[in-house]
Design a binder for this molecule. Structure first.
Ligand SMILES: [Zn+2]
Length: 597
């Protein structure tokens, strides 16, 4: 990592986390904290809390948490270094990076600039060039008017081999680095796309990163043997595995609705926007893969596949089920009438397209229906064959419970005995899945399950670190996670660096605990003295239990131990009374002698 700890701390300190988050999420003030609807999971009441002073956010629903840098990384899909850079730029901070880093960064910036200029140039061609009339007419015939062309920055590449290259003065590095041009056999630079309609592709933060080109019927020379669609190659600014077309425009609606529609083509995406569902994206010339899922998961938990029927049926079932579990999303399928893609359906019957999304069915059900609809159910042999095919589909699902529900449904539809079907299901080999069916999510440690004295002491420490640190040493915390948090807080100047330290030591649960505590409302109601007393008492009680055990095991001598225990118990009771401070002092002394405080 080329960015220094100092720079990271400066960037954090200079960035108002509430201002940053409200660019995408509405927050309202509650006490000393800010609350809003979590952008990382679908919810109707706000569980997403922000602590402005410490620069941290945490969701009590899906338990994401982080600081300004994590926020940018998660919402804009940036890597760490780019996120810090972007924040530094916003705050006007000059980073002290090393030379090679700076050089790489500048190179990438020149590629973004070139791509941006090219997109503007292609767009200007489409809107204004006389020879683009054929493209404009084609778009009109597909129901795409000028306003839509402007919204999606559509473009036109003339039927010449170097019009872009000669019109814009790009360096060879820019042409090759963006994939906009390449060196031909004569050693001259040539445009990557010609005689095509251009669909520019932006990353989720709205920077142009690539272009996709579609042939224009009636315009392209038929002898040219290239595909209907042609996309930019992978470049330093464009990764096909990660990029989703239109995510930059769809983001807001996706977050608002908790739903994302995934389709196959650029015109399908545009069709969804046009029928009032501006939350559609498309993969760019690759199948929907794991990296796409990871990106989708950051924006919504309901993923609607809106491919034409054959396309959806062919999605790799095993991967889809695995990603559903791994990323805790629901994958559903919009059933489109056979032979229709979304763009066609939008023109013929926009209501049907909206309905297909609203009534989308689980992926397994969709696959099962296709098998059952294709079967001949009029003969016993036909039904047996259908049962076999259906079992194969059902068996792909990793959950026993889900499988059994669909077995019952299949038995019902085919008029077969469900136990017979269950029996044959057991005989049919289950396809191995990397995710086992009885796998449970990682254990979670909500704040509420931990000892209350420790929780209150930590909240007090967070609210008034200087005032009470001396009285709340880490060793008084009985619960190991709470103790780790107290230690990290005493060793680090800010909550963010304490969280980083815990995570780097692999103490994930303690880091999560700290993240949750820091966004809880400041405990104005807590009386420091009472909190200290409680913590001391809980430490004492814990020690007494240890002594009890030692007595039973014969480690210590009974007579003496009993008198100590009796004495200590009396002092614990005094913690409520008027002599509380003296009792606290006594007990801390006693704990110290026991090697605790
Ligand atoms: Zn959440």
């Amino acid at each position: 990592m080329a960015i220094s700890e100092d720079d990271i701390a400066r960037v954090r300190a200079a960035t108002d986390i509430v201002a940053l988050i409200t660019e995408q999420v509405a927050l309202k003030r509650v006490g000393r904290r800010w609350v809003g609807l979590c952008p990382f999971h679908a919810e109707k009441t706000g569980s997403f809390y922000v602590n402005a002073e410490e620069g941290r956010y945490h969701c009590f629903g899906c338990r994401v948490s982080g600081d300004q840098i994590t926020w940018l990384r998660e919402t804009q899909r940036l890597d760490f270094v780019d996120a810090v850079r972007q924040l530094a730029e916003r705050a006007g901070i000059e980073l002290t990076e090393d030379e090679s880093e700076r050089h790489l960064h500048q190179e990438r910036r020149r590629l973004y600039e070139a791509m941006d200029q090219a997109v503007e140039w292609y767009h200007d061609q489409l809107m204004n060039a006389p020879e683009a009339r054929v493209a404009r007419e084609y778009l009109k015939s597909r129901g795409i008017n000028g306003e839509v062309a402007r919204r999606f920055k559509l473009g036109f590449a003339p039927d010449e081999w170097d019009r872009l290259t000669t019109s814009l003065k790009f360096s060879p590095a820019q042409l090759e680095g963006t994939g906009l041009g390449f060196k031909n056999r004569l050693g001259r630079y040539q445009d990557f796309l010609r005689a095509r309609l251009i669909f520019p592709i932006f990353d989720s933060s709205g920077r142009a990163v690539a272009i996709g080109g579609r042939v224009i019927p009636g315009y392209t020379d038929e002898t040219r043997r290239e595909g209907k669609y042609k996309n930019s190659p992978e470049t330093p600014i464009y990764s096909k595995r990660r990029t989703l077309y239109a995510l930059n425009w769809a983001k807001d609606d996706i977050i608002r609705e908790g739903e994302i529609i995934v389709c196959e083509g650029y015109t399908d995406v545009i069709a969804f926007f046009e029928v009032g569902l501006p939350r559609a994206v498309a993969t760019c010339g690759t199948a929907l893969g794991e990296d796409h899922f990871r990106t989708l998961r950051n924006f919504a938990t309901r993923i609607v596949l809106a491919y034409d029927a054959d396309g959806a049926g062919q999605s790799a079932a095993e991967s889809v089920y695995q990603w559903e579990r791994q990323y805790e999303v629901d994958v559903v399928v919009a059933s489109l009438p056979a032979g229709h893609d979304p763009a066609e359906l939008a023109r013929e019957d926009p209501d049907a397209l909206r309905r297909a999304v609203a009534e989308a069915i689980p992926f397994i059900e969709f696959r099962l229906e296709r098998v059952l609809l294709a079967a001949d159910l009029s003969t016993p042999t036909g039904r047996a064959k259908a049962a076999e095919a259906a079992l194969k589909v059902v068996n792909e699902h990793p959950s026993d419970l889900v499988r059994d529900q669909y077995l019952i449904r299949v038995a019902d539809r085919l008029g077969l005995d469900v136990d017979t079907l269950r029996h044959s299901a057991r005989g049919t080999p289950r396809r191995s899945s990397p995710v086992s069916s009885n796998e449970t999510p990682p254990p979670r440690a909500p704040v509420g399950d931990l000892p209350r004295p420790g929780t209150e002491a930590l909240r007090l420490l967070l609210a008034n670190p200087a005032g009470v640190r001396e009285d709340l040493p880490a060793r008084l915390f009985v619960d190991p996670r709470q103790r780790l948090v107290a230690t990290a807080l005493s060793e680090h100047g800010s909550v963010s660096s304490a969280v980083d330290a815990l995570r780097s030591r692999g103490e994930v649960e303690a880091a999560e605990l700290l993240d949750a505590l820091v966004v809880m409302d400041a405990p104005a109601e807590l009386d420091p003295e009472a909190v200290i007393a409680q913590l001391v008492r809980s430490a004492v009680t814990h020690e007494l239990r240890v002594i009890d055990r030692e007595l039973r095991q014969g480690v210590i001598e009974p007579g003496l131990a009993m008198s100590v225990v009796r004495d200590v118990k009396e002092r614990v009771n005094e913690l409520e009374g008027p002599t509380r401070q003296a009792a606290i002092a006594d007990l801390r002394e006693w704990l110290e002698a026991r090697g605790v405080a």
